[in-house]
Design a protein around this ligand. Structure first.
Ligand code: NAD
Length: 336
């Protein structure tokens, strides 16, 4: 039996988390869930977006499945997602994007893995207004040699473990001479140790264009925090949207699995949210827990429901959609 921390999140979070838990349980995995609240719902209850008992639970279980958490834009509390990644040093954010048969999208057979550095640079929270009248603001993006080396190494090790052929380092070292330059230098010296994996590097702006024009040329992509955040949403758009994009936040001592998408306030409470991204995050979690057979069964069931295209949410079938729980129910019926 596994013990897993469950953070349902807010917005569409609780509805998709319920479905993900039902699907995982229907696949026969024995999990004791420790259900805790963070973000908006925790502020309402505990006056703290990240209460100590949430951290304590993850410290103990070392694995969490997390629904999306709203972060107020501009002022308000800092991102709980970022705080969790920093607290547990979840330095690697792995975001796969691959095509599913039957899903309306611009491309077929896309199969990309984005490995995003998850703790440094512009997300480290070193920022302030320079004076009380807020005439200017500064955000300091720190990139370290150690941080760069471990994420690039993670990407190459991932490529080796999964039989992948190429790693593309994405950077902006032509303009960000120091932070971008350091990341690129480190990536080139790490790459030299992996002669079996093809290596290339691309400047972020060109990369964005290349991914839209011909995503099939890429395999594993490794990049810094902000670029990885943006490119992974772009990648999800290539394969049918955010409703299908899972992510894993991996550290040495803990791992948190979540969808790439956020709390989707525009559709929250309307029974429109696609649960597949969080279910697929659950699949990544099951692989992490060595529950490979259950992970395969769930992935196949999701693929079947998507390929059939009838019991899917509005983002995938605007003409005749079903609701979040109905799509989950159909995935469960397809578990074989
Ligand atoms: P979003 O990802 O929540 O939504 C972007 C668009 O995609 C919206 O139109 C939404 O309706 C759609 N969408 C997202 N998930 C969907 C799903 N499962 N099914 C169908 N459609 C879906 O991005 P946003 O609106 O920019 O952000 C909303 C909030 O989420 C913000 O507070 C942001 O900080 C937060 N956020 C949290 C996480 C996280 O918890 N890891 C990630 C991204 C954004």
């Amino acid at each position: 039996m596994h013990t897993v921390t469950l953070i349902p999140g807010d917005g569409i979070g609780p509805s998709i988390a319920d479905v993900a838990v039902r699907v995982i349980e229907a696949a026969g995995v024995d999990i004791q869930w420790e259900r805790v609240e963070a973000g908006m719902t925790a502020i309402d209850k505990f006056k703290d977006p990240l209460p100590e008992h949430v951290l304590e639970s993850i410290r103990r279980t070392r694995v969490a499945l997390k629904g999306p958490l709203t972060t107020p834009v501009g002022s308000g509390f800092r991102s709980v997602n970022v705080a969790l990644r920093k607290e547990f040093d979840l330095y690697s954010n792995v975001r796969p994007a691959h095509s599913f048969e039957g899903v309306p999208s611009r491309y077929r057979d896309v199969d990309l893995i984005i490995v995003r550095e998850n703790t440094e640079e512009f997300y480290a929270g070193i920022e302030h207004y320079i004076d009380p009248s807020r005439s200017a603001a500064e955000t300091i993006g720190v990139v370290t040699r150690t941080g760069s080396e471990r994420i690039v190494r993670y990407a190459y090790d991932y490529a080796r473990r999964h039989g992948r052929k190429k790693v593309t380092t994405v950077h902006k070292a032509n303009i960000l001479k120091y932070t971008g330059g350091l990341f690129l230098d480190v990536s080139r010296s790490v790459a030299a140790e992996y002669q079996d994996i093809k290596t290339e590097d691309k400047i972020i702006d060109n990369m964005a264009m290349q991914m839209v024009i011909n995503p099939h040329q890429f395999d594993v992509i490794v990049t810094t925090n902000l670029f990885g955040d943006i490119l992974s949403d772009l990648a999800s758009g290539l394969v049918g949207g955010l409703g299908l994009a899972p992510g894993a936040n991996i550290g040495y001592n803990a791992a948190i699995f979540e969808a790439v998408h956020g709390s989707a306030p525009d559709i929250a409470g309307k029974n429109l949210a696609n649960p597949a991204a969080l279910i697929l995050a659950g699949v990544l979690m099951l692989r992490h827990l060595n529950e490979t057979a259950a992970a395969d069964r769930i992935e196949k069931a999701v693929a079947r429901v998507l390929s059939e295209g009838r019991y899917v949410t509005r983002d995938l079938n605007p003409g005749a959609p079903v609701g979040t729980a109905e799509m989950g129910g159909e995935i469960i019926r397809n578990l074989t």
